[in-house]
Design a protein around this ligand. Structure first.
Ligand code: PMV
Length: 342
């Protein structure tokens, strides 16, 4: 290692929104058209791991993602580096590390760009690692936001909201922790990977077309603040039934405005819709919500449920997926609740 080289390595988990962000009011600063709320997964689950090194002998900024060198032309990447360096400059205008180039090495332990929030974990991790290396204090969520909107929420653990803010410069568009993970330790997530292929429409392109063409989209925005309040209440009260209903309805609404986009965007596949049917059928025979689905910009399902219900939901998932029986509802309806394992 070169004598002056400094490096730092950090990990950051994926977050999966229960009230989704979809639409920007400022493309450059990544300011959203609505507030959103998510759950950050544990460090031992889906996560990004990033090492950043700085050294006076490096001649250019470089980056490798999953072992492959990336172009540094990405405006978002450059914005994030510029913001971190601005913070260092504010602290000490002649800090010698300001002129040192960075080498970034990042890897995900799950499929990248398949609708599993890889950019959220990736940018949160990059910004956090840079902040450690350059000793930047204070809120860094607004910097992560400029890498990928949803990344600002992965900066914190547990239940996190991204307040849309009203200021033009985005200073108040930041992430805030609603409750730590320890508030609701029984909550579990199951990720059902329907496809690990790269999605056909990026979320950036998708949300821009939705904002420009969907007639349902303005209607969605009208109800967002009320939904945010209801979701915070259900989390504070650990009311799983209402948490699940709000989560599923918001996912359904997001995918409805995607279909209402012109040309339409459909992220969900047949198997995704079968998962939706399975969840509703199970909740219906249990006469309350014991599991909730949510889908990001891809076909993969994230199921939220309580620890005690994991075995019975998993046993149904493994019975029906990959799909082999079109009598799923009949089968589940035929099971008395008390014989559903366990
Ligand atoms: O942050 P982006 O540009 O990857 O957009 C994320 C959009 C959704 O995942 C669909 C919703 C969300 O709030 O995470």
């Amino acid at each position: 290692m070169a004598r002056n080289m400094k490096s730092s390595t950090c990990t950051a988990p994926v977050n999966i929104a229960v009230i989704k962000y979809w639409g920007k009011r400022d493309e450059e600063l990544i300011l959203p058209t609505n507030s959103s709320l998510s759950v950050t997964l544990g460090q031992d689950q889906l996560r990004a791991k990033t090492t950043v090194a700085i050294d006076p002998s490096f001649t250019e900024d470089r980056m490798w993602l999953n072992g492959k060198e990336q172009s540094m032309k990405s405006a978002r990447l450059r914005n994030v580096l510029r913001e971190i360096r601005n913070k260092v400059r504010k602290r000490k205008a002649d800090d010698e590390t300001l002129s040192w180039k960075v080498h970034i090495c990042s890897e995900n332990n799950f499929p990248t760009a398949a609708g599993l929030a890889s950019s959220a974990a990736g940018y949160a991790c990059l910004v956090f690692t840079l902040s450690k290396l350059f000793h930047v204090d204070g809120d860094i969520s607004s910097i992560a936001r400029q890498g990928s909107g949803s990344a600002c929420r992965s900066v914190y653990g547990g239940f996190v909201k991204w307040v849309m803010g009203t200021q033009k410069d985005g200073a108040d568009s930041i992430a805030v922790q609603v409750a730590p993970a320890s508030h609701w330790p029984e909550l579990r997530t199951l990720i059902l990977v329907v496809s690990d292929q790269k999605k056909h429409t990026s979320s950036t392109e998708g949300m821009q077309t939705t904002v420009n063409t969907s007639q349902l989209f303005p209607r969605r925005l009208l109800g967002m603040e009320e939904k945010m309040e209801q979701m915070e209440k259900s989390i504070n009260e650990k009311d799983f039934h209402s948490f699940a209903e709000l989560t599923m309805k918001d996912s359904n609404q997001l995918h409805s405005v995607c279909l209402d986009t012109y040309p339409p965007i459909s992220y969900m596949k047949d198997v995704s819709h079968q998962i939706v049917r399975m969840v509703h059928c199970l909740n219906s025979i249990c006469e309350r919500n014991i599991v909730a689905y949510t889908f990001d910009a891809g076909p993969n399902a994230c199921l939220y449920l309580l620890e005690k219900d994991v075995p019975r939901v998993l046993s149904l998932v493994t019975t029906f997926f990959p799909p082999k029986d079109n009598n799923m509802e009949k089968f589940i309806q035929g099971l008395p609740v008390d014989v559903l394992p366990p």
